[in-house]
Design a protein around this ligand. Structure first.
Ligand code: ADP
Length: 454
């Protein structure tokens, strides 16, 4: 069993990992930047080491400093959380070389799925449906245009190294294609240091449905059902729920089977998520696999009762999965809203600063994962998400009523947040009817007066 873990992350996910370690009797070491000294995860960890100045490229992305901290403190494993180095194959490999267990799949699996075009090929090989698209990357304007014409407009140009909705552009016709192709490449080069892109058919109003899986080193893989993450702004998830209000039991079974098949085909170890887009007729297509714990993992935890972060730690310790497929039950409905320090009245501009009074909701059926508190100063250097509100209940209606109630109780003074925006969505009749697609927020912003959510 792992005895001591270095947590190479910050914010709510670092705290979430500290909590799982504490319950398993595993010692924790947090690394932090100068901007995060006051963060709750630093205060609650057994040990903490400052690894550099605030910008992430000087701290949370500094693999060598993190590994040095791990060696000094004599940890036996590193949990990367999500973001930062979580899907960095070089970092995973450095850990492997230093005999420190990287809590996640092998660096080889990260390489295979980290390149989204390569991941598509893995899915094709495993006979999992993919969206029609280019074979591999398109590296010059001429080939790119002829591939786009073959696939048929509209198309979406996507960065192979993409993440967080960056490096993606839609082209509706050959006229706009070159401009979009070049700006996708430029954005990808800037954001990921890799300008390679591929092309997919653009689906007009799909649903985003993803399957959570767990695999161990003995070749066992199970799935824990789906999450519906269709409510997105600029390709970034805002609200996630499970089960999906849209899919049938039959579709759920098929998607689960395909997800397990794909994970087994690469002997996947750890927690992972296989993402699909789905059309009106419940046809689904693989888009990517995330080889890490996801922001929205808590939704699955509340539906199934499985602690995914503990499972990651147990798997990394060399244990067999604690559950067989037949033991996984979908006990209730759960929903999550991401709370971000941003101002919906100023086009969702980030709104860092000092939190005055902070009171988080509670009561039956509510879970809050957050690292902030009264007097906490939100640094401007990182992602604007400061909390996740999850609510759950026997039915979707109950979970949504609880979310409405919980968001109404949430007091965060001193800064602007998207809480009123989330609440307006939860109350929206189209959202409540379960009809939201990835186009929902765009239409919602056009349809609803701004003062409802600002
Ligand atoms: P990232 O890794 O940046 O999150 P994804 O490939 O997971 O990118 O896609 C994020 C979102 O972008 C999807 O959930 C969906 O809303 C949109 N998207 C991606 N590919 C397509 C497509 N082929 N057609 C329509 N929308 C797409």
């Amino acid at each position: 069993m792992i005895k001591k873990v270095l947590i190479a992350n910050r914010g709510e996910i670092a705290l979430r990992i500290v909590r799982a370690c504490n319950e398993l009797g595993i010692k924790t070491l947090c690394v932090y930047s100068e901007a995060d000294e006051q963060s709750l995860h630093v205060q609650l960890a057994d040990e903490a080491i400052c690894i550099g100045p605030p910008p992430s490229n000087l701290s949370y992305l500094k693999a060598d400093r993190i590994i040095a901290a791990a060696e000094i403190a004599n940890v036996d494993a590193i949990h990367p959380g999500y973001g930062f180095l979580a899907e960095n194959a070089d970092f995973a490999e450095q850990c492997e070389n230093c005999k420190i267990k990287f809590i996640g799949p092998s660096s080889a699996a990260i390489v295979d799925f980290g390149d989204k075009s390569r991941a598509r090929e893995m899915a094709v090989k495993a006979k999992v449906p993919v969206i029609p698209g280019s074979k591999g990357t398109v590296d010059n304007e001429k080939d790119a245009l002829s591939e786009a014409e073959r696939i048929g407009f509209p198309v979406i140009i996507k960065a192979v190294a993409g993440g967080g909705g960056k490096g993606m552009r839609i082209a509706h016709s050959a006229v706009s294609f070159m401009k979009e192709y070049n700006s996708a490449r430029n954005e990808a080069e800037k954001a990921f240091g890799n300008g390679a892109v591929y092309i997919e058919k653009y689906l007009e109003a799909p649903r985003h449905i993803e399957i959570q899986i767990l695999g161990d080193r003995f070749g066992n893989v199970i799935h824990l059902g789906e999450r519906d993450c269709s409510v997105q702004r600029r390709h970034q998830k805002v609200i996630e729920e499970a089960p999906s209000p849209f899919i049938s039991a039959d579709t759920r079974k098929k998607m689960g089977r395909d997800a397990v098949k794909l994970a087994k085909s690469v002997k996947y170890e750890g927690a992972g998520t296989i993402e699909f887009l789905m059309d009106e007729k419940q046809n689904y297509y693989f888009i990517e696999m995330n080889t890490r714990i996801q922001v929205e993992h808590g939704v699955t935890e509340e539906v199934t009762g499985v602690d995914l972060v503990k499972e990651q730690l147990l798997i990394a310790s060399g244990q067999k999965l604690s559950y067989e497929q037949k033991e996984i039950q979908f006990l209730r409905h759960a929903i999550e809203c991401r709370v971000c320090a941003e101002d919906p009245s100023r086009n969702f501009a980030p709104c860092p600063g000092e939190i005055g009074l902070y009171y988080s909701p509670g009561g039956h059926g509510v879970r809050i994962d957050s690292h902030v508190y009264s007097g906490y100063i939100i640094p401007p250097y990182y992602d604007s998400m400061i909390a996740k509100v999850m609510t759950f209940g026997k039915t979707r209606e109950l979970a949504l009523d609880r979310m409405d109630r919980a968001l109404g109780e949430y007091l965060i003074r001193g800064i602007k947040t998207n809480i009123p925006f989330n609440r307006a969505i939860i109350r929206d009749p189209i959202f409540r009817s379960g009809k939201a697609t990835t186009k929902f927020i765009e239409e919602f912003i056009e349809r609803v007066p701004k003062d409802i959510y600002t």
